[in-house]
Design a protein around this ligand. Structure first.
Ligand code: AYL
Length: 541
C-alpha cells in the first residue's frame, strides 16, 4: 500500500468513525446510566465524588473560570498530585473551552516556571501541599493577579491571594451557564509537555478530536478493556494524571465507561497494597516497575488479582522475565490474568500499539485500530519490510498531535506529510508483531518518566568548573534507565563525581538526578554541526 515506496502496516480491525464531539460532550454522554456511581475516590482519605457530582462540579468550575475573565483557548496550568479533584478540575477547564497544560507536581520551582512561561498559562490550579512553591513560580511567570486556585488537601495555610477550590464550586452554582458553542472538537484540549526527539520539553498540542480518537482506537482494539454498561470497573489510579498515560490511557477513557478511579497521590508499597486489599480491583494500569513490584514484593498477594481482567504496562520496555515472575509467584497462567503491553508517546495521545497475544511478552504487538505505521531505515530513508530488519517507527492517524506549541522548527522535524517520526527503533517478526530495540532520540526514561538530557546539560554547564557536558541514559535494573553525565572540566579544576551529583540535586526533580554517575573526559564527541554523538558516549559506559 502507499506511494513513493511507502510500506504501510495497517491494523487488522474494522474501520470505525470518530464522532465529532468535545471531551466533555463525549465523556458525559452516558451519565444518565450511572449518576450515583462513584467516579473518583481518594485512596488515602476516602473523599469521593459520584458521576453526577463530578459533572456538576466540573460545570460550576467552568462557570467560575469564565467569570474570572478567562477566555476561550486560554491556558490553565493544572499542578496537582492524583486527587479526586484532579479529574474534576481537568474536566472543568475543558468544559469552559480552556486548554489544560498539566504540570508534574514534583517539579522544582524552576521546572514549573519554565512550563508556565512556555505555555503562557493564565491561571493555576494546585494543592495546599505544594502551593507555596507553585506561588513562587506563578509570581515569576504569570501576569499579576492571575487566578491561583488551591485544592485543600492538607490543613496547611493557603498562600495569600489564593482562591479555595471549593469556592469555585459553591460560587459557580450561582453564575450563568457556559456557552457550549465556544468549543470545537478540533480545538486544543490539552498541552502536556514532551521533549520529543531533541532538546527541552515542548508543549504537545492535542485536540479534543485527537484524545477521543485515541480512546476509541484503543478500546475498539482490545476486548480486555471493553465492559458492558451495567458493570463498573474499579481501578487503582497511581499513574500520574499529568502524564498522557494517566490522562488519556486511564482517566478519560475509563471515566467515559463509568469506572471508579481510586486515586493515590504518590506510589508507596503500603498505600498501593492497601488499595488492592480493600477493593475488588478489575483493571490495573502500570509501568514496568510496578509489574516488577507485583512479582517481587512479598506483601502483594495473588488474591488481590482475583477480579483483575488485565494488567496494562506501558511507557517503557517491559521485560519478559518480569511478566513470567508474576505468573510464577501467583501460580497463574496468562489466560487467567492478562498482562498486556502498550506502546505509544505523548505526541500520539498516546496509544499506538498493543500486545494482546500474551505469548510474546516483550513485544509491543500490533498497531491499534486506525493507526498506520511505517518502519523507516534512518540511514537510507527507505521503508523496511523484511521481518527482523530494524527501522524507525513512523505513525499516522487521527491521534497524532497537531504539532509542538509555538515551535515550528521542532514540528517540521517531527511531522512529515502527517507522519509522526517517533525516534524509536523497532523490527517486526513474521506475524507482524513489533519489537522495540533502541531509541534514536536522546530522551532518557527513568521509571517511565521523561528525562530530557538537554535539561541536565544546561544545569551542568552552570557549574563554575565545568567547560562542557553531555548526558546519556544507562541501563538500570529497577528504573529502566538512569542519567549519567560526561563532563569536561575547565583547566586546573578538580571536582569529584559527588560534587557534580550534589550540584545537580535540588536543581531538578529527584528522578532526574545523576544516579548513573559521572565520567570526566577530555572532550565531548560532536559531529560537524555540533550535535553530541551520544552513541559514542553510550559505548564508553
Ligand atoms: P512518553 N516499550 C518501549 N518503549 C516505550 C514503550 C514500550 N512499551 N512505551 C513507551 N516507550 C518509550 O511521551 C518510547 O521511547 O509517553 C516512546 O517514544 O512519556 C516514549 O517512551 C514516549 O514517552 C500505553 C500506555 C503508551 C502508555 C504509553 C506511554 C506513553 C509515554 C501506550 O498503552
Amino acid at each position: 500500500e502507499g506511494n513513493y515506496g511507502e510500506q504501510i502496516f495497517s491494523s487488522c480491525y474494522e474501520d470505525i468513525e470518530i464522532p465529532s464531539l468535545t471531551i466533555p460532550e463525549y465523556l458525559w454522554q452516558k451519565l444518565e446510566k450511572w449518576p450515583k456511581r462513584i467516579a473518583v475516590e481518594c485512596g488515602i482519605t476516602g473523599r469521593k465524588y459520584t458521576y453526577a457530582e463530578a459533572r456538576d462540579s466540573a460545570n460550576y468550575i467552568a462557570r467560575s473560570l469564565i467569570n474570572m475573565g478567562l477566555k476561550n483557548g486560554d491556558i490553565v496550568a493544572l499542578i496537582l498530585p492524583n486527587l479526586p479533584e484532579s479529574p474534576i478540575s481537568f474536566l472543568g477547564i475543558l468544559e469552559a473551552g480552556l486548554v489544560c497544560t498539566t504540570v508534574n507536581p514534583l517539579y522544582t520551582v524552576d521546572e514549573i516556571s519554565r512550563q508556565l512561561q512556555s505555555s503562557g498559562a493564565k491561571a493555576i490550579i494546585t494543592s495546599t501541599e505544594i502551593a507555596s512553591n507553585v506561588m513562587i513560580a506563578a509570581k515569576a511567570s504569570l501576569p499579576p493577579n492571575s487566578p491561583f486556585i488551591v485544592v485543600e488537601d492538607t490543613d496547611r495555610v493557603l498562600p495569600t491571594g489564593s482562591i479555595p477550590f471549593k469556592d469555585l464550586i459553591t460560587k459557580g452554582k450561582t453564575l450563568p451557564q457556559v456557552q457550549v458553542k465556544s468549543r470545537n472538537p478540533q480545538d486544543l484540549a490539552v498541552l502536556p509537555y514532551s521533549s520529543g526527539t531533541t532538546g527541552l520539553p515542548k508543549g504537545v498540542m492535542l485536540s479534543h478530536h485527537n484524545l477521543i480518537s485515541n480512546i476509541i482506537m484503543t478500546d475498539s482494539s482490545c476486548d480486555f478493556i471493553q465492559v458492558s454498561d451495567d458493570f463498573q470497573d474499579v481501578i487503582p489510579t497511581v499513574l500520574p494524571l499529568f502524564h498522557i498515560y494517566g490522562m488519556n490511557g486511564l482517566m478519560l477513557p475509563r471515566m467515559c465507561a463509568g469506572a471508579k478511579l481510586i486515586t493515590l497521590p504518590s506510589f508507596t508499597p503500603d498505600t498501593y497494597i492497601n488499595v488492592l486489599s480493600k477493593n475488588k480491583c478489575t483493571l490495573i494500569f502500570s509501568v514496568p516497575l510496578i509489574v516488577l513490584f507485583f512479582g517481587a514484593h512479598p506483601a502483594v498477594k495473588a488474591e488481590y488479582f482475583k477480579n483483575v481482567r488485565a494488567i496494562f504496562s506501558g511507557a517503557a520496555p517491559l521485560a519478559g522475565s518480569d511478566v513470567e515472575r508474576v505468573y510464577e509467584k501467583f501460580n497463574l497462567t496468562p489466560d487467567q490474568l492478562r498482562i498486556l503491553q502498550g506502546y505509544g508517546l505523548t505526541e500520539s495521545s498516546p496509544v499506538s500499539f498493543l500486545e494482546m497475544s500474551n505469548t510474546k511478552f516483550s513485544s509491543i504487538g500490533h498497531p491499534v485500530n486506525k493507526c498506520k505505521v511505517r518502519l523507516v531505515d534512518s540511514i537510507t530513508g527507505k521503508d523496511v519490510v523484511t521481518p527482523g530488519q530494524t527501522g524507525e517507527i513512523w505513525i499516522k492517524g487521527p491521534h497524532v498531535m497537531k504539532g509542538y506549541f509555538k515551535n515550528e522548527k521542532a514540528t517540521e522535524e517531527t511531522l512529515q506529510d502527517g507522519w509522526l517520526k517517533t525516534g524509536d527503533i523497532a523490527y517486526c517478526d513474521e506475524d507482524f508483531a513489533f519489537f522495540i530495540t533502541d531509541r534514536l532520540k536522546e530522551l532518557i526514561k527513568v521509571k517511565g518518566f521523561q528525562v530530557p538530557p538537554a535539561e541536565l546539560e544546561a544545569v551542568l554547564r552552570t557549574h563554575p568548573a565545568v567547560a562542557d557536558a553531555a548526558v546519556v541514559g544507562v541501563a538500570d535494573p529497577r528504573s529502566g534507565e538512569v542519567p549519567k553525565a560526561f563532563v569536561v572540566l575547565k583547566p586546573n579544576q578538580s571536582v569529584s563525581t559527588e560534587d557534580i551529583q550534589n550540584f545537580v540535586k535540588g536543581k531538578v526533580s529527584e528522578y532526574k538526578e545523576l544516579r548513573g554517575g559521572v565520567s570526566f573526559i577530555k572532550e565531548i564527541p560532536r559531529n560537524a554541526s555540533g550535535k553530541i554523538l551520544r552513541m559514542h558516549l553510550k559505548n564508553l559506559c
